[in-house]
Design a protein around this ligand. Structure first.
Ligand SMILES: [Ca+2]
Ligand SMILES: [Ca+2]
Length: 170
């Protein structure tokens, strides 16, 4: 009898855990899991809007609507991850969150205005001067190039898991 009761309690606990997890995951990232359609790498979830054709500002807006930002590539590891991912999924040229709109030649990440440190430019890039102030990962070799911000490409969104969780609490 005691064993059966314990089994019931454990089973109910397990069902409740599954239910709560599924509920949270359907709305946002939870713990180690990214929302449907998003791909995990380290502490972020990524989404490529393959079917979208948006200007840089529209692309940034799209990511914000999904509690994310245009990808901020912090490290060589993150760069390698996203390059491999884009190559594997045969992605076309896509926006990253890097721009020199305010001061020509000073490239800053759009989510936190940080001046770029790690870069992965195609040799000779950026080359567009004031006519090209927004950056893409180009499908030719998946290296970075500057393009006019009003050109239209898919966005690569990044959602930081920690930020996202604190956002839900707050
Ligand atoms: Ca990042
Ligand atoms: Ca420029």
């Amino acid at each position: 009898m005691w064993v059966i009761t314990m089994e019931r309690i454990l089973l109910l606990g397990l069902l409740r855990f599954i239910y709560v997890s599924a509920d949270l995951n359907s709305r946002a990232d939870c713990g180690n899991v990214c929302a449907d359609g998003w791909t995990r790498f380290q502490d972020s979830c990524y989404y490529v809007g393959y079917e979208l054709h948006e200007t840089f500002v529209e692309a940034a807006h799209f990511c914000r609507q999904h509690s994310a930002h245009l990808i901020h590539i912090n490290t060589e590891l993150e760069s390698k991850f996203i390059k491999d991912f884009l190559r594997k999924t045969k992605a076309s040229t896509s926006w990253i969150g890097l721009q020199d709109i305010d001061i020509e030649g000073v490239w800053r990440w759009y989510d936190d205005n940080e001046v770029v440190t790690y870069t992965d430019w195609h040799p000779g890039e950026p080359a567009g001067s004031t006519g090209e102030d927004c950056a893409v990962i180009h499908s030719g070799d998946y290296l970075w190039q500057d393009y006019p911000c009003d050109r239209t490409f898919p966005p690569i969104c990044e959602r930081n898991m920690n930020e996202d969780l604190s956002g839900i609490v707050g």
